[in-house]
Design a protein around this ligand. Structure first.
Ligand SMILES: [Zn+2]
Length: 368
């Protein structure tokens, strides 16, 4: 005999389904359309919509009984921590930036540093008049490996920290739900979401550190110890250059964006301007960089047999160089046609902030 679902649970489930449907719809939608799409009784749809409007999550149109998401009803904060600076972004339910702040502050794993971040975040929220009751949470990204089983930040070589209990970061933000994650994993999570989450994909992040994320059609794979996708520490040159991690010959030692900027005393923009101008020194550095990058891309492609999306600071400059990369990959990858597996990330700068904020939004959509 079939058990009867309690009315309160049914109402909650209906309300969630209606909200999810409105969230996934781009524009305005009528109650009849919701009812048809979800095969839900008109009375149940109407009750759910009334509740959602009262809660401020959905806006009711004035005349045509159309409803739409109030994207600014709730928000999440993303904080991206790098060695030399921090980016704080407040994002609405549609991942539009409501406010942001870039800080030039050297990283230090101290109470004073984190207190400073909390103060900056609070000032940003106050400046935008954002009600804290509408905040879903604070996501923090770090260029490091997180072991969820041990609740530890195992290592973040570019921040020069090792073996840090996550609690030491969590407690600084204790008034809010908080989540700390690897920056490339957050960016990859966002790109997979933008892509519709239907296909396998590798995300390779080219910043000061080199990292990545393994995105399977239905989930993100981080491995048994949270190290899955740490492509930056693949050894590509035996006894090669010293890496931030202390070992020699890692991909990160050759494909960190520092190789094209800090190490040469220029910015990335200056590097590419001089490269376009045909400066021989810069052409030689770029050819070496590209050679190592395509070696790694060919290896990743051979290991995972799926598209690879390149993200991070370098992405903004890569478009004009894609033909060279495709050509070189065609030479290095075993299967000739495979050279088109390379794509550039879509979101652009600060995708890690948006990705980590998205986790709170996704969580809300599934559980509220
Ligand atoms: Zn390394």
């Amino acid at each position: 005999m079939e058990g009867k679902i309690p009315a309160a649970v049914m109402r909650q489930t209906n309300r969630r389904q209606v909200y999810q449907y409105i969230y996934e719809s781009a524009g305005k939608i009528t109650a009849a359309e919701v009812s048809e799409a979800l095969s839900m009784e008109p009375a149940a749809v109407s009750e759910s919509l009334d509740t959602l409007v009262k809660e401020g999550l959905v806006i009711a149109g004035p005349e045509d009984s159309a409803y739409e998401l109030d994207a600014q009803a709730l928000y999440a904060v993303g904080i991206s921590i790098e060695r030399g600076g921090v980016y704080i972004a407040v994002l609405d339910m549609r991942l539009r930036e409501l406010a942001s702040r870039e800080l030039t502050v050297p990283f230090s794993h101290t109470d004073a540093y984190y207190r400073g971040l909390v103060q900056e975040m609070e000032a940003l929220l106050n400046g935008s008049g954002l009600d804290r009751n509408r905040m879903l949470g604070v996501g923090i990204t770090v260029p490091g490996i997180i072991d969820r089983g041990k609740d530890k930040l195992v290592m973040a070589p570019t921040l020069n920290i090792w073996d840090i209990p996550l609690e030491e970061i969590y407690r600084q933000f204790s008034q809010y739900p908080v989540y700390v994650e690897n920056d490339a994993n957050a960016s990859g999570y966002l790109e997979r979401w933008l892509d519709g989450g239907q296909r396998n994909m590798i995300y390779l992040s080219l910043k000061r550190g080199v990292g990545g994320a393994i995105l399977l059609s239905d989930r993100q794979y981080t491995g048994d110890n949270g190290r899955g996708g740490e492509f930056g520490h693949l050894r590509i040159v035996p006894n090669g250059r010293l890496c931030h991690c202390g070992r020699k010959g890692c991909l990160e030692a050759y494909c960190s964006v520092d190789r094209l900027s800090v190490d040469l005393g220029v910015t990335l923009a200056e590097f590419f301007a001089r490269l376009e101008a045909g400066d021989e020194t810069f052409v030689a550095v770029w050819e070496e960089y590209r050679d190592h990058l395509t070696d790694a891309l060919a290896m990743i492609r051979m290991s995972f047999d799926c598209d690879i999306m390149v993200g991070g600071e370098l992405t903004a400059y890569l478009e004009p160089h894609l033909p060279e990369l495709y050509w070189e990959l065609g030479e290095k990858a075993l299967f000739e046609a495979d050279r088109m597996f390379l794509q550039l990330e879509r979101y652009g700068p600060h995708s890690d902030c948006a990705g980590t904020a998205l986790r709170f939004i996704d969580d809300f959509l599934l559980t509220f």
